[in-house]
Design a protein around this ligand. Structure first.
Ligand code: TXA
Ligand code: MG
Length: 358
């Protein structure tokens, strides 16, 4: 099969909508990441999503709709859910609600809830509306890889496997939607994203956070969102996070660079624009200003993919504070790094002690 990247013209949107109606898979842009879309009511089409991605069947999908009112046919919309829809839709907020029988078990892994989202991206909504069906769409990456934030990223993973990729440009948010469990109280964030904890707590102050957002699941702990169980967002390169005072991070990185050069390894440092001066320019990549962490969010997956293409072996990265979009950034970074974080303050302190002793 030849995969075509199509501009979102009237004609091309009709082509893609028809393909969806026929039960084919296509990739569509959203404001968060690109989605691998299929008619959510067609079991065969939905199971093809899992096959194409190499995704385990017990990891349920988000159903995307063009109008908030369309949710009523798919799930039980409570008054509280309606309020959040009015506040945050269209936008990067996915609500988990009790499902209605129309949802095929393939979509939600046979659970009693279904995840619903109305994307902000006008092309996504236009395509969904033209297809006339609710659209199941996980991120359009091979399972485990960083999510795609451009049509080219989708092409890299799915060329020859799907007929069309609608090119809607670079995703504005760059990280997947916030997933909020609303089927029981207290409501709980299962995945942080573009709609922040702070914004949601302005409406419902007792919103909780799932326990494993920033740490691995403990042995025997149940995953509230099956997606959390799986390895995620991993580039081929090893990712290691460096925390601590910036001079200590810089000293630690300088030593790693020295070692890497001796054995012919390629390493890179992702750092805030304000901190670039602390690192050797040729191996350091800016993730944007520390004052504008939405740029970090927007660039993270693109940079992980780009550094893989360059053949980088190890990607070191600064960490973000956890407020606002920082929670979503750290949730993805921690997983990309398989939870490897070096406290450079402790390392440098220890080295200084060793020197004093010797
Ligand atoms: O921004 C997004 O949400 C993107 C775009 C394409 O809309 N989609 C996306 O889908 O990120 P996906 O499949 O990559 O992530 C969906 C997450 C998974 O962690 C999944 O386990 C969780 O939502 N999820 C979906 N339905 C669920 C359910 N019924 N119960 C618990 N978790 C659920
Ligand atoms: Mg995904």
């Amino acid at each position: 099969m030849i995969t075509k990247i199509l501009l979102p013209t009237d004609e091309n949107l009709n082509l893609a909508a028809e393909a969806l109606r026929r039960g084919e898979l296509i990739a569509m842009p959203t404001e968060t990441v690109y989605g691998l879309a299929a008619n959510a009511l067609n079991e065969q089409a939905v199971s093809n999503i899992f096959r194409a991605k190499g995704r385990p069947n017990d990891n349920p999908l988000i159903v995307h709709i063009a109008h908030a009112a369309d949710a009523n046919a798919l799930c039980h919309v409570t008054a509280d859910a309606k309020l959040l829809m009015e506040m945050f839709w269209p936008g990067p907020l996915t609500l988990l609600l009790k499902k209605k029988p129309i949802i095929p078990a393939a979509v939600n892994a046979g659970l009693d809830t279904v995840a619903i989202r109305m994307p902000q991206h006008t092309i996504a909504r236009e395509l969904i509306a033209r297809s006339g069906c609710p659209i199941a769409a996980p991120s359009a990456n091979l399972s485990g890889k960083p999510s795609p934030t451009s049509a080219e990223h989708v092409y890299d993973d799915f060329q020859g496997k799907i007929p069309y990729i609608i090119d809607g440009g670079t995703c504005a948010v760059g990280l997947e939607s916030t997933v909020l469990h609303m089927a029981e109280k207290p409501y709980k964030i299962l995945r942080p994203g573009g709609v922040t904890l702070e914004a949601l707590r302005e409406i419902f102050p007792d919103i909780a956070l799932s326990g494993s957002l920033l740490s691995p699941l403990q042995k025997g702990e149940r995953a509230e969102s099956p997606g959390m169980l799986y390895q995620h967002y991993s580039p081929d390169a090893t990712v290691i996070l460096l925390k601590g005072k910036i001079p200590n991070i810089a000293a630690y990185y300088a030593e790693r660079l020295h070692e890497a050069e001796n054995i012919g390894q390629h390493i890179r440092m992702l750092c805030f624009a304000e901190h670039q001066k602390f690192f050797p320019a040729q191996t350091c990549v800016s993730i944007g200003s520390i004052q504008r962490r939405e740029h970090f969010a927007k660039n993270l997956f693109r940079l992980l993919r780009a550094l893989d293409k360059e053949g980088v072996d190890i990607i070191y990265s600064e960490v973000s504070e956890l407020d606002g979009i920082g929670m979503a950034i750290m949730n993805r970074l921690m997983r990309a790094a398989a939870f490897q974080v070096v406290d450079t303050d402790a390392v440098v302190l220890n080295e200084n002690k060793q020197k004093e002793l010797s």
